[in-house]
Write a protein that binds this ligand. Structure first.
Ligand code: FES
Length: 108
């Protein structure tokens, strides 16, 4: 199992586990993490799974790729930063064990 800590905008931390091969979106939804809606089912079409990757983890997770579908979608999301990613596009693997993701205070 791989651990992820979701940090809410008020600072509350929620540690969850997920199996390798699942996504950070699934980890949030399976554990009822507030603020991650994932409305499109994880097909990179809604941006309601927007997270800010903790700066210490961004190199392992990887930054947005210019011109990608994910980057195009995040252009329209609220409060994007250089650490923004879509949780449905973060595939969990062992090197991400301990990952910290910050949840924006709103997705719309
Ligand atoms: S769940 Fe819709 S873009 Fe991630």
């Amino acid at each position: 199992m791989i651990n992820i800590t979701f940090v809410a905008s008020d600072g509350e931390r929620r540690k969850v586990e997920i199996e390798e091969g699942e996504t950070a979106r699934e980890a949030a939804l399976y554990n009822d993490v507030p603020g991650i809606d994932g409305d499109c089912g994880g097909v990179c079409a809604c941006a309601t799974c927007h997270v800010h990757v903790d700066p210490e983890w961004i190199d392992k997770v990887g930054r947005l790729t210019d011109g990608s579908m994910e980057a195009d979608l995040l252009q329209f999301a609220e409060g994007t930063t250089e650490f923004s990613r879509l949780a449905c596009q973060i595939n969990m693997k062992s090197i991400l064990d301990g990952l910290v993701l910050h949840v924006p205070d709103k997705q719309y």
